[in-house]
Design a protein around this ligand. Structure first.
Ligand code: GLU
Length: 502
C-alpha cells in the first residue's frame, strides 16, 4: 500500500472535554504507528473551540496519557512545529478568514436567522415529519446586501452552501465509497455568531494547512463525513485519505458502550479511561497491545506485540471496520504477559509506587529480591501489594483461626509452631534450601503432611494463606525476623489454648 512507502502526516486531534478513554488512545496509537512506520510525522492538535464543553485539566490528562502509552509526537502545542499554533483556540483568525473566503467563492453564505425563528422552523418540520434542516431563507440573499448587513453589525452566522440536488460520493479507506443523497446534507453552520468556528470548518482548515495526508478518526464522524469532503472540494483542496475506525461495543458485545455502563465497570476494577487503568496497575505495554487489536490484526494467530513490533507490523490495510467488543479479560491476559516479560529492575521500579500507596516503607534491596517472586503471580501491579506487602512490614498480624493447621487442634498447632521455631533456629545458613530441608525433616518426624505444617508456618510468617514460595520468602525476610514472627504466632496460639478458645 502506498501510504506505507510515503511518509504520512497524521494528527491526533482530541477535544479537551473529558477523560481520555480507550477510543482516543486507540486513535492516537494508530496515528503514531503509521507515522513511525513510514518515517512520517505525528501531530498533536488540541481541538478546544467549544468553550462550553471545555474541561479544565483535560488537556493535561491527555498529554499525560499519551506519554504514559509511549506515543510521542513531532509537532504539537507544547513543542511547536512549522504549522502551528496547534491549539484551535489560538487559530480563530485563520478560521474566520477561511469562512469569509468560502463566502467569497459562493460556497457559503451569511445567515441572519434568529434562534427563535430557527426553532419555529424546526418545530414545523417536525410536525410535518420533514427532514430537520435549515430552510434556506438566507441562502438566496443578495451577497452585497448581506455584506452590508454584516458591516452594520447585524448578528449572523456563516453557513455552508450544500448542494441541493444529486448525490455526493466520498471514499473511506475501510468502507470504500459511500454515496449520500444531497438532500440529507444540511447547510451546516461553519462559523457561529460569536465568530468561533465549529469542528466542521476548523478541522478541515487545519487538516489542509497542516498538510495532513490521512485523517484517522472515530466513526462518530461518518454522518458528517460527506460535508467534510464537500468543504475540501469547495476550497479546491486535495482530500486526505479518510479512515473512520470501528466503534467499541460493551464487553457483552451487545450495543454501544454508554456512560452509565462505563461507570458500572468501575465496580469490577475495570475502566474505559486510560488514567484509571494506570491507577489500577495495568502497564502501558499491555494497554497498547490490547487496544491495537481492537480493530486491527496482523494475522489470525499473533497476539503479543510490543510497541516496536507494532510499528514494524502495522498497516492501515488490516484495520477492520467491524465493531470491536471491549474485552477486559483480554486486557488482564496481556497485562500478565507483559509484566512477565519485563526486566526485574524495571518491574521493581513500577511496583514501588503501589507498595508505597499501600502505606508500606519500601526497602530497595528487599524490593529487588521480592520482584522475581511476584512477577509470575500478578495480573496487575497492585496485586503485588496483596501478595507481597508482608515483606515490607515489621510485624504481621496472623489471624488465630488461620494459624490452626488443617485437621489439627489449637494445641497441636501451637506445638507444631514451637517445633518449627526450634528446627529453624538451628539452621546456620538461612537459605531456602536449608530451611526447606529442616522443615521437611520435621514434617517426617511429626508424621504429618507438608501441607499441614507449612500452612501454619506460612500464616505465621506472611500473615496470609496464599503467598509466594514459603522458603524463598523466609530467605528474603531473614532468620531473625522469621523467628520473631514464628515466636509471635506461638504466643498467640498458646494464649488461646490457655484461654480455652475454640
Ligand atoms: N476533536 C474531535 C474529537 O475529539 C476530533 C475528531 C478528529 O479526529 O477529526 O472527536
Amino acid at each position: 500500500m502506498s501510504e506505507q512507502m510515503k511518509p504520512v502526516r497524521v494528527r491526533f486531534a482530541p477535544s479537551p472535554t473529558g477523560h481520555m478513554h480507550l477510543g482516543s488512545g486507540r486513535t492516537a496509537l494508530y496515528d503514531y504507528l503509521i507515522a513511525r512506520k513510514t518515517g512520517g510525522k505525528f501531530i498533536l492538535r488540541i481541538e478546544d473551540t467549544d468553550r462550553k464543553r471545555y474541561v479544565p485539566g483535560a488537556e493535561e490528562e491527555l498529554i499525560e496519557g499519551l506519554h504514559w502509552l509511549g506515543l510521542d509526537w513531532d509537532e504539537g502545542p507544547d513543542i511547536g512545529g512549522p504549522y502551528g499554533p496547534y491549539r484551535q483556540s489560538e487559530r480563530g483568525e485563520i478560521y474566520r478568514e477561511y469562512a469569509r473566503k468560502l463566502v467569497g467563492m459562493g460556497h457559503a453564505y451569511f445567515c441572519f436567522c434568529t434562534p427563535d425563528r430557527l426553532e419555529r422552523v424546526r418545530q414545523e418540520q417536525q410536525k410535518r415529519k420533514d427532514i430537520i434542516r435549515y430552510d434556506g431563507t438566507c441562502r438566496g440573499l443578495d451577497p452585497d446586501e448581506a455584506l452590508k448587513r454584516v458591516a452594520n453589525g447585524e448578528r449572523h452566522v456563516i453557513r455552508f452552501k450544500a448542494p441541493r440536488e444529486g448525490v455526493t460520493t466520498v471514499h473511506d479507506l475501510l468502507r470504500g465509497d459511500i454515496t449520500v443523497d444531497n438532500q440529507t446534507i444540511d447547510d451546516f453552520v461553519l462559523l457561529k455568531s460569536d465568530g468561533l468556528a465549529v469542528y466542521h470548518l476548523a478541522a478541515m482548515v487545519d487538516d489542509h494547512l497542516m498538510k495532513i495526508t490521512h485523517v484517522i478518526r472515530g466513526s462518530e464522524w461518518l454522518p458528517t463525513f460527506p460535508l467534510h469532503a464537500l468543504i475540501y472540494r469547495a476550497f479546491g483542496w486535495q482530500e486526505p485519505v479518510w479512515v473512520h475506525l470501528s466503534v467499541f461495543l460493551k464487553p457483552s458485545g451487545k450495543g454501544k458502550m454508554s456512560k452509565r455502563e462505563a461507570a458500572e465497570l468501575g465496580k469490577d476494577g475495570y475502566s474505559i479511561f486510560i488514567a484509571d487503568l494506570k491507577q489500577s496497575g495495568y502497564i502501558p505495554e499491555a494497554v497498547v497491545n490490547w487496544i491495537a487489536l481492537m480493530g486491527w490484526s496482523y494475522d489470525d494467530r499473533t497476539e503479543f506485540f510490543t510497541l516496536s513490533d507494532l510499528i514494524d507490523k502495522f498497516s492501515l490495510e488490516r484495520l477492520n471496520p467491524a465493531p470491536a467488543a471491549i474485552n477486559f479479560s483480554k486486557l488482564d491476559h496481556f497485562n500478565g504477559l507483559h509484566i512477565r516479560s519485563l526486566a526485574i529492575g524495571d518491574l521493581a521500579q513500577r511496583l514501588r509506587p503501589y507498595f508505597e500507596k499501600g502505606g508500606l516503607k519500601v526497602d530497595p534491596v528487599i524490593l529487588e529480591k521480592v520482584t522475581p517472586l511476584v512477577q509470575p503471580r500478578i495480573t496487575t501491579l497492585d496485586d503485588a501489594v496483596d501478595i507481597a506487602g508482608f515483606f515490607f512490614l515489621e510485624h504481621v498480624e496472623p489471624r488465630i483461626e488461620e494459624l490452626i493447621g488443617k485437621d489439627l487442634s489449637l494445641r497441636e498447632s501451637a506445638e507444631i509452631a514451637q517445633k518449627s521455631y526450634k528446627a529453624l533456629e538451628s539452621v546456620e545458613t538461612f537459605n531456602a534450601e536449608n530451611t526447606e530441608t529442616a522443615m521437611r525433616q520435621l514434617v517426617e518426624e511429626l508424621g504429618l503432611t507438608a501441607g499441614q505444617v507449612f500452612g501454619i508456618l506460612r500464616v505465621a510468617i506472611t500473615g496470609q494463606k496464599v503467598s509466594p514460595p514459603l522458603f524463598e520468602s523466609m530467605e528474603i525476610i531473614g532468620k531473625q525476623k522469621t523467628l520473631a514472627r514464628i515466636r509471635y504466632a506461638v504466643n498467640l496460639l498458646e494464649n488461646s489454648v490457655e484461654k480455652g478458645y475454640f
